[in-house]
Design a protein around this ligand. Structure first.
Ligand code: FAD
Length: 462
């Protein structure tokens, strides 16, 4: 067991799970967070207050022994409940296999659980209200400013982990250092997001179906809603910033907001009593993809979670991928713990070589799903495809996994494998449907064989 000192910067979802796991591995862990302790001070205004947690994320929680506790905070969502403009709904299951569903979980609830568990470890020190401002990348030390007193402290360690999210200060230090070649890209979507709330009905009842992720797909814009344990739903509006009939730039008055919602989402209006107050009171957030490389500098500092690979939220995989980072990290750590002094340089390189292609893949898949959710879920051909895939999964559960299932439920394959196979399958089914080659009179098995053959041909051509 290593007694090395580890400094983790950012006690969000990834940092607190990593701290817990590294403490379980015997490291001396200091976890520093810029914001106040969210177990004591209510915060998170404007950040997504619930998230979709699925198998890859659960695997990370299982590794640290907190899966069962986390499940107590979960609401299963079995499928997408699609709402059309006339207020009709239909449920599109996430999988044909009965035991495959995703979960809605409170972000602060999960974060608090992880902090509580980390705090129970005698070898974890938690420091709140300290923002990292500077990192000495070559000497593994970081300087933090106390939010209240404005005083500075410097903490040194054997290795530093930057888990400080999409706007990472640690990553910025790498970018600004000019001491090594650091590639960085940030791509914004033309859409932003805004959160609203459907409050609970009487006695913590739900105003719409509880066990689904609700979607109102409208082509360029989209509304989604995830249930909370108290009966409310967190609603997220995804809307272009500008250059559209309705966009954040022109929804400038309560009348405009009501006009827009009455036209596009009439069944939601009655469920959000404070629509315009919330619309104007809550911030609008940007949506972007961050890719960078290398993730480590001088074998002393490593980025994980959103700091290394922020993605758009449309696959519900950002947190799941960040938890999977901890799983992959831990698998490699297993090999290195026998060394008296871990060679972090080799370790970090091995980790990135294994992991980067997969986080790049989920970043691209998440952008794909943006289009699928806002446009395709409402299109007839995609609904036929979804129906067929659900039937394949129900009838031949061992033989067929849709792209969504490969990404969300099949944690034994990597994101990059899921991307390759999933995209080929999508192309195969859409081609076959479009060409009228999948005929009603065919048995389901014959249809499956046709799809498999076409998929293999596409994979072979690629
Ligand atoms: P964060 O959770 O952002 O944590 C970073 C922490 O570092 C924060 O506590 C922050 O205060 C702290 N910090 C920042 N700067 C400093 C500093 N200078 N010094 C010290 N501390 C610092 N993912 C899913 O899997 N499922 C979903 O359904 C989903 N929905 C989403 C919806 C939206 C609208 C958005 C924006 C994201 C969504 N995500 C989802 C993605 C998910 O939120 C992130 O992938 C996840 O939070 C990443 O965890 P993290 O710990 O790397 O970063």
């Amino acid at each position: 067991m290593s007694k090395q000192n580890i400094l983790i910067i950012g006690a969000g979802l990834c940092g607190s799970l990593l701290a817990l796991r590294m403490a379980q591995r015997g490291f001396e862990v200091t976890l520093v967070e810029k914001r106040p302790d969210l177990r004591k001070v209510t915060q998170d205004a404007g950040r997504s207050i619930n998230l979709a947690l699925s198998d890859r994320g659960l695997r990370g929680l299982r590794l640290a022994g907190v899966e069962e506790e986390a499940k107590k905070l979960c609401i299963p969502m079995n499928g997408r409940m699609i709402h059309d403009k006339a207020g009709n709904t239909f449920l599109s299951p996430y999988s044909g296999r009965k035991d495959e569903y995703i979960n809605s979980i409170s972000r602060p609830g999960l974060n608090m659980l992880l902090l509580d568990e980390a705090e129970k470890m005698p070898n974890v020190q938690l420091i709140f209200n300290h923002a990292c401002e500077d990192v000495d990348l070559e000497n593994a030390s970081a300087t933090f400013r106390n939010y209240n007193s404005k005083e500075e402290i410097t903490i040194s360690a054997d290795a530093i982990f930057g888990t400080d999210g999409a706007g990472s200060a640690v990553r910025k230090n790498m970018f600004d250092s000019h001491k090594f070649l650091f590639s960085f890209s940030q791509q914004w979507l033309s859409h932003g997001y805004k959160e609203l709330e459907i409050p609970a009905a009487e006695n913590n009842g739900y105003r719409t179906y509880k066990n689904a992720l609700h979607i109102w797909p409208r082509g360029e814009d989209m509304l989604i809603a995830l249930p909370n344990l108290d009966g409310s739903f967190t609603v997220t509006l995804f809307l272009p910033y500008e250059n559209s009939d309705y966009c954040f730039a022109n929804l400038t008055s309560p009348e405009m907001v009501h006009e827009y919602f009455n036209k596009e989402f009439p069944d939601v209006v009655e469920m959000i009593p404070n629509l315009s107050e919330e619309f104007f009171g809550n911030p609008t957030g940007p949506l972007g993809t961050v890719k960078c490389s290398p993730w480590n500098s001088f074998g002393k500092v490593l980025l994980l979670g959103d700091a290394a690979h922020a993605i758009v939220p449309f696959y519900g995989q950002g947190m799941n991928a960040s938890f999977e980072d901890v799983v992959v990290f831990d698998e490699i750590l297993e090999k290195y713990t026998f060394e008296e002094n871990i060679n972090w340089n080799n370790f970090f390189k091995e980790y990135e070589a294994l992991r980067k292609k997969d986080t790049d893949a989920i970043a691209d898949l998440a952008v794909d799903n943006f289009h699928e959710m806002k446009e395709h879920t409402a299109m007839e051909i995609f609904q036929r495809k979804r129906k067929l895939e659900t039937a394949f999964e129900a009838e031949f559960p061992e033989e067929y996994y849709s792209k969504y299932s490969l990404v969300t439920f099949k944690e034994s394959i990597t994101y990059s494998e899921a991307l390759k196979r999933g995209r080929a399958q999508d192309k195969a089914i859409l081609n076959l449907l479009d060409d009228g080659k999948i005929k009603d009179e065919m048995s389901l098995k014959e249809k499956l064989e046709l799809v498999k053959k076409e998929t293999e041909a596409i994979l072979h051509d690629d």
